[in-house]
Design a protein around this ligand. Structure first.
Ligand code: LLP
Length: 420
């Protein structure tokens, strides 16, 4: 559910006309709906209202400071994966004790920073990382709260580039080794066990792999407690899918997800932590672009737009599907079969291939739907293209929340040594 709808034949973000934003900001631009973000966070919180649960929004999905500020105000926590994201979290107003810190390559400086601000816990992904955290905590004379990320070795399906819970993936510690690793923690005096953690992948539209992995973790909680470890929370990670297609592909509702979790973990007596990213952000954002040319090729028609793979890399990187809607609602019934491509000089620069769309004219605006997660955060400036701006709409107001970084500013980042 989101708040991008046609009003009198024109696509709006809440009560703001997208054509109006395009007029003022230019294209392409990302546009977010504050009401949709709020709705998704509240929905997730509501699904676990009768439990001790903390929703730690995975900011890697969308880490714009305005979005983070909005989410922090709803009482949520945050999942971070770098020192940079920790800084963003603090600046956006998340209390440090609602920050969980995941990631396989935490540096010395990042761990120090996490200890200094007092985060809720480090989700540790390897033995050497635990040893490093212990050393740094010792040097600071503190105890570091840790939770070990388990790799449950389940196949969550989905695209191979975003699955994380198989033994061959770089993430977490094999579940068969977990007892040994908690034993190791017992010998490291500056670590304090607070929980156990997992994350099995992303855009998962079936509850079965979650249930399989969570059952495995439930068993571990029981055996770790029997061995004397104080497991206070289970962090179930993120991964719940979203509907990318309007008509089908409907993932489970958070309430169904909650029912499944209560069934497999309800009696463990642990606090629940969640790290949803996509589920919060994807349908809260769109990317608006313009058709530069309509080109009739040899047996194939192209809508050549100003949205490049540098602005939205998901279609070419993960074969991702995004609905495309005209900003001015199509009146005729006529459609055309097209490839929607961009300006970047690569064959992989496309947003849609072989798509049946309403007939578009040169200069027309269109919206790429469900682009709020892993869109702007993965954008770049390849081909020396300006960095795409982000706009936040709230009711009838809008603001540019990240400006377009212009070509001159990008070029100015380079230095030519005077010996050249
Ligand atoms: N927690 C951890 C440790 C993660 O690695 C991730 C995502 C999440 C939570 C949030 O997962 P979500 O609820 O968003 O599925 N760029 C890819 C997605 C990469 C996901 C990486 N990890 C895409 O555009 O599809």
């Amino acid at each position: 559910m989101h708040y991008f709808e046609y009003k009198d034949g024109e696509l709006f973000a809440e009560d703001v006309s997208l054509a109006e934003i395009a007029e003022q900001v230019g294209t392409p631009f990302y546009c977010y709906s504050a009401a949709t973000f709020r709705r998704h966070i509240k929905m997730f919180q509501q699904s676990f209202a009768d439990r001790d649960a903390l929703i730690c929004y995975a900011m890697k999905a969308n880490s714009n400071q305005a979005v983070l500020t909005l989410i922090a105000k709803l009482g949520a926590g945050v999942d971070v994966v770098s020192g940079g994201e920790m800084k963003r979290a603090i600046l956006a107003g998340f209390p440090a004790d609602k920050i969980v810190y995941s990631g396989v390559a935490k540096t010395h400086a990042e761990i120090e920073y996490g200890l200094e601000i007092g985060i809720h816990c480090f989700n540790a992904e390897s033995e050497p990382e635990l040893i490093r955290i212990n050393e740094i905590a010792k040097a600071k004379g503190v105890k570091a709260p840790v939770s070990v990320r388990v790799n449950p070795d389940v196949d969550a399906g989905g695209h191979e580039k975003i699955m994380t819970g198989k033994a061959e993936n770089k993430f977490g510690i094999p579940w068969k080794k977990i007892d040994k690793v908690y034993e190791l923690i017992g010998t490291l005096a500056h670590l304090e066990v607070v929980g156990i953690d997992l994350h099995i992948g992303s855009q998962i539209t079936d509850l079965e792999p979650f249930a399989e992995a969570f059952e495995r973790v439930g068993t571990l909680v029981t055996s770790l407690r029997a061995a004397g470890h104080n497991i206070q929370h289970v962090d179930f990670g993120g991964g719940l899918g979203v509907p990318y297609k309007n008509d089908n592909d409907i993932p489970p509702h958070p309430d169904e997800y909650a029912a499944m979790i209560n069934k497999v973990a309800g009696s463990l007596g642990v606090k629940y932590i969640f790290e949803p990213g996509r589920m919060i952000a994807a349908n809260a954002g769109i990317l608006v672009g313009k058709v530069e040319y309509v080109k009739h090729g040899d047996g194939r028609d192209f809508l050549i737009s100003d949205v490049g793979m540098n602005d939205l890399i998901r279609p070419t990187l993960y074969d991702a599907y995004h609905d495309i809607l005209p900003v001015k609602q199509a009146t005729g019934v006529e459609t055309q079969l097209v490839d929607v491509v961009g300006p970047v000089c690569e064959t992989g620069d496309y947003t849609a291939k072989g798509r049946e769309l309403p007939v578009f004219e040169q200069g027309e605006l269109f919206a790429i739907m469900s682009a709020g997660a892993y869109g702007a955060v993965q954008a770049g400036t390849y081909n020396t293209r300006a960095l795409v701006p982000e706009v936040l709409v709230d009711d009838d107001r809008f603001a540019v929340v990240r400006k377009r970084v212009e070509v001159d500013e990008i070029i100015a980042l380079d230095d030519v040594p005077d010996w050249l």
